[in-house]
Design a protein around this ligand. Structure first.
Ligand SMILES: [Zn+2]
Length: 454
């Protein structure tokens, strides 16, 4: 079970323990075995609180504590731990899509947090990934071709296996194993299943057919028609859960507190709890149905998330995220941007990937063996060819995305084609990019206008 799923279950357990404590106190109050010691609500009725926390003059009732826990759990549920290399696409009203990449502030070398829109209509978060392995006709290398998150490239253990040595390929959670040995940790369990299935198909193909199959695989990651079809399917499948999730949000954060404040918890707690159970149960059932239609083979993930949605109201509100995030994970982020985002966003993202593929950071390959280097080179070249073909299909000439920058200062004589840092010498290498050779400016820097003054 993933850490986030464990946290979700633990938080929901805490919420239910607090709820149980109230129920116990209310029963004691009703039977005359306890006194009301908390605040009084309007009209002199005992409010929700029966016990207060008193910390240096700051008082928090049990009810306030529960809503605080609920709020914190809900914010955590809006957060998605994105693996470096994955690119998120989020929208709030479904009209405008933005690229959301894992942040550095709330992240580390392997990933970062991306937040979904927390308020109704709760928005949608989709995820795209470049194909995460280097695959050639002979072998598989767990070293991802360059992407906009170059840090993600080096995080792999760079395991290498020849197809002829492969006997067994399986997905266990997010991990893909070959012959029982760890090969790769994918962005999600559904993506790990897809990778394992794809490798299995490639392994079974004849060597002469494998090249075509690999090309088809990489080209398939840019299939915008399939992306739009999947999106239409998602909208159809999540209409019910989305309506119920918005209803639950309104109920939990607006209707329930108002009702408790107005009539008092003792008068309505049983109805509130009952409505909560009914709502989360309906969402859990709808979630299970939609997930089964969209990801029929992800049974383990479905069962775990079904339990979490059933037990945690905050998770139930975000149930659509659990359905939408794996939807497009097998497609390339540039293709998703082309399908959903504005022209500028699409071109900016395409430029990032194109620059990394044209000028990958050094060292190009983590291992010196010729077979490993051949596999890495083949995967890199194929990724570049397919991306350029896709761009031309969409009337974008790759060269126009890689324009030479203007010197930012009269003393600048060259620049790094990868990170675009500028240097005062005409020759040399960019150390930040592992030793990429600098490109000299063709124009005299003194005759150009600095970017900052334009
Ligand atoms: Zn550089």
């Amino acid at each position: 079970m993933a850490v986030t799923q464990g946290v979700g279950l633990a938080a929901s357990a805490l919420g239910w323990i607090l709820t149980a404590r109230w129920a116990e106190k209310l029963v004691a109050l009703a039977s005359g075995h306890a006194d009301v010691t908390g605040d009084l609500g309007p009209k002199g009725r005992p409010c929700a609180s029966l016990v207060q926390l008193n910390c240096s003059g700051f008082r928090m009732t049990d009810l306030e504590l529960l809503f605080l826990v609920l709020g914190i759990v809900y914010v955590c549920e809006c957060a998605w731990w994105a693996k470096r290399g994955s690119v998120g696409f989020r929208t709030w009203l479904g009209l405008r899509w933005r690229v959301a990449q894992p942040g550095r502030l709330l992240g580390n070398q392997s990933g970062g947090v991306v937040f979904a829109h927390p308020l109704p209509p709760l928005g949608t978060l989709l995820v795209g990934n470049p194909w995460p392995l280097s695959v050639s006709t002979e072998a598989v290398l767990s070293y991802v071709p360059p992407g906009i998150e170059s840090a993600g490239r080096g995080s792999h253990a760079s395991d290498f296996v020849l197809f002829e040595q492969v006997q067994r390929i399986e997905a266990k959670g997010k991990k893909v194993q070959v012959n029982g040995q760890f090969l790769l940790k994918a962005a999600s369990p559904t993506f790990a299943l897809h990778i394992a299935d794809t490798l299995q198909t490639l392994r079974q193909a004849r060597v002469s057919e494998r090249r075509q199959a690999i090309e088809k695989l990489i080209e398939g990651t840019y299939d915008t028609k399939a992306i739009k079809e999947r999106w239409a399917q998602l909208q159809k499948e999540t209409a019910g859960p989305r309506f119920m999730a918005n209803l639950l949000f309104a109920y939990l954060f607006m209707a329930a507190p108002s009702l408790i404040w107005y009539v008092g918890l003792s008068a309505c707690w049983i109805w509130l709890a009952l409505a909560l159970v009914v709502c989360t149960s309906i969402i859990a059932v709808l979630f299970h149905r939609a997930h089964k239609h969209l990801y029929p083979r992800a049974e383990d993930e479905r069962f775990t998330n079904f339990l979490i949605v059933l037990l945690s109201p905050a998770s139930a509100i975000r149930a659509c995220d659990l359905i939408s995030r794996p939807l497009l994970e097998r497609f390339h982020p540039v293709a998703i941007a082309q399908a959903f985002c504005t022209e500028n966003t699409f071109l900016r993202l395409a430029e990032g990937f194109l620059r990394e593929l044209r000028y990958p950071a050094m060292p190009l390959c983590p291992r010196p063996e010729p077979a490993v280097q051949t596999t890495e080179r083949y995967a890199c070249e194929l990724s570049l060819v397919v991306l350029e073909k896709f761009l031309r299909r969409n009337s974008v000439e790759p060269e126009t995305l890689l324009r030479v920058p203007l010197p930012s200062d009269p003393t600048c004589r060259s620049f790094c084609p990868r990170c675009q840092a500028q240097f005062t010498s005409t020759t040399g290498v960019c150390q930040d990019c592992g030793g990429i050779e600098l490109v000299a400016f063709k124009v005299e820097p003194t005759k150009t206008v600095p970017i900052t003054n334009r």
